[in-house]
Design a protein around this ligand. Structure first.
Ligand code: URA
Length: 433
C-alpha cells in the first residue's frame, strides 16, 4: 500500500477499496501519513465524493480506530443524540435532563465548538467546577447513580475522526456529505448506543445549506446505522436563524436554565418536543409521539427536568448555586445594544454571521487550541418575522473588549435584513427521516 497511489485514485475520481481506506485511517492516526498527504486525500474526497461502500468503510474504520464502548449494562436500549452543528444550539443541554427525568438513561458524549458553531462541552464548562473529562468508569457510574452524564468525547473514542475532523476544519473541507456522515456515525457507533437520534440542521448556520442536501446526508447516516445495527432517526431542523435567543457559552447556560423552568422560546419547544418524542419512542417507553411530547412538557412544568439538571451538574462537580442563582455567573464588561435604523419586519437573521461574530468576540475558537471567553456572546431581541420600529433594540452584544464589541454591533446590523412587507415565520421542523 502507498498513500500516493491512494491519493491519485481519488484525485482521478476512482473508487477506494476497503484496504485503501483501512490503510489511510490507521496510518494517518499513527502519524505515518503526514498532514499534507491526508489533506490532499481529504480534498480529493471533498471534490469527487464517495459512494455508499466507501463511506461505510470510512465510518467503520474510524469507529474501530479506538475504543468501542459497551453500554449494555446501563439499559437494553441506550439512545444517543447528536446535532450536525449550529448557532445557539443548546438542545442537548435542555433535552438530556428532560429525558433522564423520564427514567430513560442518558450517557452522552459531546463535542467542543469549532468554526462558527458552538459546542456543548464548552457551554457546560462555563458552569464553575463542572468536569467534562471524567473516566469511562465514572461516566457509567454517574449514569447508573443519577440517570445522566454529559461529558466530552474521551481521548480514545474514534481518534481517527478527531484528527481528520481537525484537518478538515483547517483546510475548509467540513461541509461534505461523505465526510460528515462518516464523522458523526463513527463516533456514534464507538460511543456504544444502539439507537441514535440525529438533529440534522439546515440553513445559513448549518453545514447543509438546503433541505435536499440535508435529506441526502440523513439517508446516508440512516443506511450506515442500519448496517451497523443502530436504529437511526434524523430530524431536519431549521438553522437559518440561531436557535433561541442566546449565543455564547454562559449566555446559553442561562437560557437553558430558563427553558428548564418553563420559559421556552417557541423554536426550542418544537425542537425538544420533536426530537425528544423520538428518543422516548426508541427507548421502548412509549410509541405515541404526541403523548411523548406532552410528557416532555409535563416534566418541565413539574420541575422534574430542572431538578435533574441540578443533579447532573452536582454529580459532575459543578457548583449548583450558579444554576439556582444565574446572577452569580460572571458577566461581560460591556453590554452594547444593537439599534435598528429601519422599520419593518425581520426577513433574515443570518445564523452563520451571528456565529462568526460570537467567535470574534471570543465565544468560539478559530484554531483548535484557542481558549474561549465564557461570558461573551449575543442576546437576540428580534427574530425572523418580528416587527421592528426605528430605534428598537435588535440584539445586545456582550463583550469584554470594547472595540470588538463596537465592531460586533455594526456587523450584527448587517446580519439582519429588515423588509417593509410582513414576513411569515419559517418552519422549525423541516422533516423527519
Ligand atoms: N459534527 C461532527 O461530529 N462531524 C462533522 O463532520 C460535522 C458535524
Amino acid at each position: 500500500m502507498n498513500i500516493q497511489k491512494i491519493i491519485a485514485k481519488k484525485r482521478d475520481g476512482k473508487e477506494l477499496s476497503r484496504d485503501d481506506i483501512n490503510y489511510f485511517v490507521t496510518k494517518y492516526t499513527d502519524g505515518t501519513i503526514t498532514d499534507y498527504q491526508a489533506a490532499a486525500l481529504v480534498m480529493a474526497i471533498y471534490i469527487n465524493g464517495m459512494n455508499e461502500e466507501e463511506i461505510t468503510a470510512l465510518t467503520l474504520e474510524m469507529a474501530n480506530s479506538g475504543d468501542i464502548l459497551d453500554l449494555s449494562e446501563i439499559s437494553e436500549n441506550v439512545i444517543d443524540k447528536h446535532s450536525t452543528g449550529g448557532v445557539g444550539d443548546k438542545i442537548t443541554l435542555i433535552l438530556t435532563p428532560i429525558i433522564a427525568s423520564l427514567g430513560i438513561p442518558v450517557a452522552k458524549m459531546s463535542g467542543r465548538g469549532l468554526g462558527f458553531t458552538g459546542g456543548t462541552v464548552d457551554k457546560l464548562e462555563s458552569i464553575p467546577g463542572y468536569k467534562t473529562d471524567i473516566s469511562i468508569n465514572n461516566f457509567i457510574k454517574n449514569v447508573k447513580e443519577v440517570g445522566i452524564s454529559v461529558i466530552g468525547q474521551t481521548a480514545n473514542l474514534a481518534p481517527a475522526d478527531k484528527k481528520i475532523y481537525a484537518l478538515r476544519d483547517s483546510i475548509n473541507c467540513v461541509a461534505s456529505i461523505p465526510l460528515i456522515a462518516s464523522s458523526i456515525m463513527s463516533k456514534k457507533i464507538a460511543a456504544g448506543a444502539n439507537k441514535i437520534v440525529l438533529d440534522v440542521t439546515v440553513g445559513s448556520g448549518a453545514f447543509m445549506q438546503n433541505k435536499e442536501d440535508a435529506t441526502k446526508l440523513s439517508n446516508m447516516m440512516k443506511s450506515i446505522g442500519k448496517l451497523a445495527n443502530r436504529e437511526t432517526v434524523c430530524v431536519l431542523t431549521n438553522m437559518n436563524e440561531p436557535v433561541g435567543y442566546a449565543v455564547g457559552n454562559t449566555l446559553e447556560i442561562i437560557e437553558t436554565i430558563e427553558c428548564l423552568k418553563g420559559n421556552i422560546p417557541e423554536d426550542i419547544k418544537e425542537i425538544i418536543t420533536t426530537i425528544g418524542s423520538y428518543i422516548i419512542k426508541l427507548s421502548g417507553k412509549n410509541d405515541d409521539l404526541e403523548q411523548n411530547k406532552k410528557m416532555i412538557l409535563e416534566n418541565i412544568k413539574t420541575g422534574e427536568a430542572y431538578n435533574k439538571f441540578l443533579e447532573l451538574v452536582q454529580n459532575q462537580g459543578g457548583d449548583i448555586e450558579y444554576i439556582k442563582n444565574p446572577d452569580k455567573f460572571e458577566k461581560a464588561k460591556y453590554i452594547l445594544p444593537v439599534i435598528s435604523e429601519k422599520e419593518g419586519y425581520v426577513e433574515e437573521l443570518n445564523a452563520k454571521a451571528i456565529g462568526e461574530i460570537s467567535v470574534i468576540l471570543g465565544a468560539g475558537r478559530i484554531k483548535k487550541e484557542d481558549s474561549i471567553d465564557k461570558s461573551v456572546g449575543i442576546i437576540l431581541n428580534r427574530k425572523i418575522s418580528d416587527g421592528v420600529q426605528k430605534g428598537n433594540i435588535l440584539a445586545y452584544v456582550h463583550a469584554n473588549d470594547e472595540q470588538k464589541g463596537k465592531e460586533a454591533v455594526e456587523k450584527i446590523k448587517s446580519a439582519y435584513k429588515i423588509s417593509e412587507m410582513k414576513v411569515e415565520k419559517e418552519k422549525t421542523i423541516l422533516g423527519v427521516i
